[in-house]
Every structure is written in C-alpha cells, then in structure tokens.
Design a protein around this ligand. Structure first.
Ligand code: COA
Length: 399
C-alpha cells in the first residue's frame, strides 16, 4: 500500500526541469525593474542570463534544487510569498509554497543573486562532469602494459591491447588479466567486461610462449605453462560478479573456450569462433571439454573442439555460445548502451545470483580445469604440437 504522501512526492520528483522553467515563464512574464544603479542593473542582467543558462542544463538537478530554484525565482520577481497556503492534500503546490515561504523576507536583490549563483554552480558542476566523461583516461587503472583497464559507469572494462599481434595472449598478458580480474572482483563496479582492441578479439595463446620449448627447455615450459593456465582459468571460474564478453572480432583458442565461463557474450557479426586445437597438436582447455557439450550438445561441440570447425557469430549464437549478435556498424554503441543500463541494477543482487548459478558447478569446473591442464602439459611436449608450432613460425618467416 503506497501512502498518498509518498505518491505526491514521487510525482513532484518526476517533474522535469522544463516544467520548472515553464512555471517561471508563466509565473513571471514581465520583470519590473526600477533599478538605476549600475551594479543593480548588472545583477538583473546576470539574473536574466542565468534563466537562459538554466535552459542549457542537460541533467535534472533533483527535486530539492528545483524547488530552491522555483522559490528564489518567485522571491526575486514577486517578493515574499503572499499567496494563501495550499491545502495539505495538494502536496505539490504545498511543497512549492513551503519553499517560497521559507525565504521569508529575503530581498528581491538577494534572491536574484542567490538564484544566479545556484544556476552557475549547477552549470559548472555539469561541465566538470562532462569533462570527466570526455577524458579518454578517465577511470584508467595504472600498471598494465598488455591490457587497458578502466572503470566507468559501474563497469570495469578489461581490454586486450596487443592489436598488432591480434591480441595474442603472452605470459605477461596472462598475469595482467589475472590481476585485473582480482581487482575488478573487489572494486565498486557492478559488472566486468572483457573485450579486444582493434579488429580481433584475440588470436588466443601467443605461440611465442613455446619459444623456450623450442630452445630445449620443453619440460619446464610445459610444467610452468600448465600451472599458469590452471591459475588463469581458475580466475574465470571464481570471478564473483557478472562477467560479460564483448567479442569485437575474430576469436581463436583460449579466447573462445573462456566464453563458456562468461555470463553473457555479445558478438559483432564480424566475429568468428575457432579452436584449432587438433591442428596444433593440442587439446581442449578453458573448461570447454565440459562447458561446450553442455551448452550446445556433444555432437555440435565435437565438430568444434575435435575438428576445428570455425563458427560465424550467427552460428555461435544459434548454438548458445553467444547471447546476441549485433551488426558491426552499431556494435559498440548498442552493446555499451545496454551494458550501462545493466550496470545500474543493484550490484549485490546481481553478484549473489551469479554466485548461486556458478556454485552449482564450481567444484566440477575446477576439476575439469585441472584435468585439461594436466593433459595439455603432455600435449605441449608431443611431437605433434612441436611440429605445428615450428610450422606456424616457419610459414611466417617465409612471408
Ligand atoms: N601467437 C603469436 N603471434 C601471433 C598470434 C599468436 N596466436 N596471432 C597473431 N600473431 C602475430 C603474427 O605472427 C603477426 O606478427 P608479425 O606482424 O610480427 O608477423 C601479427 O600477429 C599479425 O598476424 P597475421 O598472421 O599477420 O594476421 P592475419 O590476419 O594474416 O592472421 C591469424 C591472423 C590470427 C589468423 C593468424 O595470425 C594466426 O593463425 N595466428 C595463430 C592463431 C593460433 O593458432 N592461436 C592459438 C590457438 S590454440
């Protein structure tokens, strides 16, 4: 049951700024000036300019400020409140009357001055906010080289930032993504987003990570690699808030398999999804050996994980790996508009539901991750894998 008082206050709160401006225009169509002193004329001029400036304000300054503006305007132009007190039940008129009446016998000059100052403070605050929004560095986190991390509008964005290498994930980047996820899990943001800079989302594991194996330290590379990968995937399994992938272009390898651990996946229609594990003599990771069959059924998952079938964005969406596909032309605009709306939802409510859904599977996912990394460690030492990596780099050197 909603109390009548609450409803009326809510009505007042919903009154837009333009209504206050209209009220001003209707209430005081002509301002009678009987001032001759230069200072007073300047003050009147400022007052008129302030009324014009108020029209430029983009954001609603809130109910309390609107009432203050209304009261000062009435006081400045009509003097102290002399209209009869409205009925208690006419909540809106009563609130406006109270605001005006509360100014007592404040002089019209002072009211003009205060009105002018209030408008100017609102304009300055708004332009300071605007400047902040326009700044590309706003909310940028320091200390990252391979990724760009920003927090803005309740969203922490983790952007792969090696566009000249198609955002291939090297060892440093694995470490930085883990650090960014740890920070994002604890910061004030409501959701976290993973995306890529440039035309690719990510070309997956940087094949240079195998360089030490080729240089004769294969056992160590495989062991360290398996530990790193397990830790990396664990960060996705344990991430406590909604994690959204914004797939801006083609995705390869681990950048595809991890999508099964994200909560929502938005893709541009320029994105493709490719896991060429067998082509590289490797095996499935990122818990995809469990999540993919679960998401799309064993028969569909097998074509992708065993036989390297590359999916278009539309196919990935039809199989349930992608939530929704957007045209490349409007992708960023549409997705970020939607994410900003989602990020204004109650943060804790989102987090607990995400955790509830994940808790049913967490143990299983950690077990799958361990097993996949163990198998991969062996694969990385296999002749099949070594030959595939050598072949990738020898082809490049011929280009
Ligand atoms: N590891 C290491 N380097 C990579 C890479 C990767 N996964 N993906 C791209 N690069 C590098 C390329 O070597 C190239 O570097 P260079 O400019 O120093 O020569 C640069 O990124 C641009 O890539 P290029 O191959 O020229 O672009 P492309 O558009 O012709 O092809 C790919 C893009 C992603 C299809 C191709 O680079 C590729 O197949 N990469 C390997 C993907 C892969 O197998 N990932 C592992 C999955 S398990």
């Amino acid at each position: 049951m909603v109390s009548p008082t609450l409803t009326a206050v809510q009505r007042l709160c919903r009154r837009p700024l333009c209504e206050i401006r209209r009220a001003q225009a209707v209430c005081i169509p002509a301002i009678h000036l009987h001032v001759t002193a230069a200072t007073m004329q300047a003050s009147q001029e400022d007052f008129e300019k302030a009324q014009e400036k108020l029209k430029l304000l983009k954001n609603d300054p809130g109910n309390e400020t609107k009432l203050k503006l209304y009261a000062l305007f009435k006081q400045a132009t009509e003097g102290p409140c002399n209209s009869p007190k409205p009925s208690m039940l006419d909540f809106v008129k009563k609130a406006k009357w109270d605001a005006w009446n509360s100014l007592g016998d404040l002089s019209q000059d002072n009211a003009r001055q205060k009105y002018t100052e209030l408008v100017s403070s609102l304009i300055s605050a708004e332009s300071a906010d605007q400047k902040k929004d326009d700044s590309p560095d706003e909310g940028r986190h320091d200390g990252y080289e391979t990724i760009l991390v920003t927090t803005k509008n309740n969203i922490t964005k983790i952007m792969f930032n090696r566009p000249d290498k198609k955002n291939a994930i090297n060892r440093k980047m694995y470490g930085e993504i883990m650090k960014a996820l740890e920070e994002a899990g604890k910061d004030d943001s409501t959701i976290a987003v993973i995306t890529g800079n440039g035309d690719y989302y990510s070309s997956g594991n940087d094949l240079n990570n195998f360089a030490s194996a080729l240089a004769g330290e294969a056992e160590k590379m495989a062991k360290d690699g398996a530990i790193l990968l397990k830790d990396f995937v664990d960060h996705f399994i344990d991430f406590p808030k909604p994690l959204i992938a914004v797939v801006n272009g083609p995705a390869v390898g681990i950048s595809v398999t991890l999508l099964g651990l994200c909560d929502v996946v938005y893709a541009s229609d320029s994105a493709t999804f490719h896991t060429p594990f067998s082509q590289l003599g490797q095996s499935a990771e990122g818990c995809s050996s469990y999540t993919f069959p679960k998401i799309m059924g064993l028969a569909k998952a097998s074509e992708i994980l065993l036989f390297n079938k590359k999916l278009t964005a539309a196919e990935a969406c039809a199989k349930g790996l992608v939530t929704e596909v957007f045209p490349q032309r409007t992708f960023q605009k549409e997705v970020w508009k939607r994410l900003e709306a989602y990020a204004s939802l109650p943060k804790n409510s989102l987090a607990v539901t995400k955790q509830l859904m994940r808790s049913m599977e967490k143990e299983k996912l950690h077990a799958v991750n361990s097993k996949e990394c163990e198998v991969l460690q062996g694969r990385w030492l296999s002749e099949e894998c070594v030959n595939a990596v050598v072949s990738f780099f020898s082809q490049r050197s011929k280009l």
